[in-house]
Design a protein around this ligand. Structure first.
Ligand SMILES: NC(=O)c1ccc[n+]([C@@H]2O[C@H](COP(=O)([O-])OP(=O)(O)OC[C@H]3O[C@@H](n4cnc5c(N)ncnc54)[C@H](OP(=O)(O)O)[C@@H]3O)[C@@H](O)[C@H]2O)c1
Length: 294
């Protein structure tokens, strides 16, 4: 029997409805949650993501704003914007959209954001809190969204073998750290695979849960998956497709049709992890506002 789908769009809609209810309560108390996104340059994909974040914020009753800066912006200029937003009590969440132009150091920028407004969860203070299991920080949105999907889908995680493919600071590493925590929806035995992993299939075949965050179509095929495994596909890849008007289509890292015949649960691309990322960003923003008045 083919695997059931984990419907990220539906789960994200529920999270967004909860966020909207909490934002309404806060607004009634005189504090509308505020999220400001800074976009530097004119990368078309970034512009689409930023537009989606602003729209989703507004739909949830969050004061979502975007500061659009030219590609020639200097690091000092960007830092001046961050300092102003850090000091603005109406701004509870700050996000700097990546990628940044070459003259700006992403590390420097992330460190400049007040950790209590770092709703992306990338500041070293929040990364450290996540790692030691201090729930007072912000969790990075994509890994937190994946964990929420597993919880909502009733996936048993404790004691299970979880293989995370990819070790980036924004997805793979925090994803592995979250699945390792001693909390509900985690307690896995975690293996992290990367470019130098020898015999990837040997690891994935042991896994009860595979989370792929690489950016390579068809990296995970049916022969690499244990029957009944749960598959979370974080990858987003544009591949040519002459049947589409755009000439391309979006796929994940997983050979969806093949793997669906072996797995028990699987996320589609699109409509899987993607929608959860924005939902968790909104959730973090409302939490930041709640904290600010606590
Ligand atoms: N759905 C969402 O909301 C969302 C959010 C963020 C990212 N994404 C997508 O998720 C994917 C990963 O994003 P990212 O930012 O983490 O990418 P990244 O920074 O490029 O990291 C990719 C990781 O994959 C590893 N890798 C590359 N080839 C591999 C192979 N053959 N076998 C095993 N591991 C391999 C790399 O290993 P090394 O470290 O050894 O180079 C690296 O750790 C991308 O497709 C991105 O578009 C989706």
């Amino acid at each position: 029997m083919p695997a059931e789908l984990i419907d990220g769009t539906a789960i994200a809609a529920r999270v967004r409805a909860e966020v909207a209810a909490e934002a309404k309560l806060l607004t009634e108390r005189g504090v509308q949650p505020g999220l400001t996104v800074i976009l530097v340059g004119d990368d078309p994909a970034s512009a689409v993501y930023v537009g989606a974040k602003e729209r989703a914020s507004r739909e949830a009753g969050i004061d979502g704003r975007t500061i659009r800066l030219p590609a020639s912006t200097t690091q000092q200029e960007l830092i001046a914007h961050l300092d102003r937003l850090n000091a603005d009590p109406a701004v509870h969440g700050i996000l700097v959209q990546s990628p940044l132009p070459a003259q700006i150091s992403a590390d420097t920028v992330i460190r400049r954001i007040d950790p209590t407004k770092d709703v992306d969860g990338f500041h070293p203070v929040n990364v450290g809190k996540m790692l030691i299991g201090d729930r007072d920080g912000f969790l990075p949105c994509t890994p937190a969204g994946v964990q929420e999907m597993l919880r909502v889908s009733g996936v048993t995680t404790h004691g299970k073998e979880c293989v995370v493919i990819g070790r980036s600071n924004i997805v793979g590493k925090p994803m592995a750290a979250l699945m390792l925590q001693d909390v509900r929806g985690a307690n896995c035995t975690v293996t992290i695979c990367h470019r130098y992993t020898e015999n990837l299939a040997r690891h994935t075949r042991q896994a009860d849960i595979i989370i792929s965050a690489v950016g390579r179509p068809n990296l995970v095929t049916a022969d690499m998956v244990k029957p009944g495994a749960v598959i979370i596909d974080v990858g987003m890849n544009r591949i040519p497709d002459a049947s589409r008007k755009s000439g391309t289509r979006l796929v994940g890292d997983v050979d969806f049709d093949g793997v669906r015949e072996v797995a028990s649960l699987i996320t589609p691309v699109p409509g899987g992890v993607g929608p959860m990322t924005i939902a968790m960003l909104l959730k973090n923003t409302v939490r930041a506002a709640q904290r600010a008045i606590a």
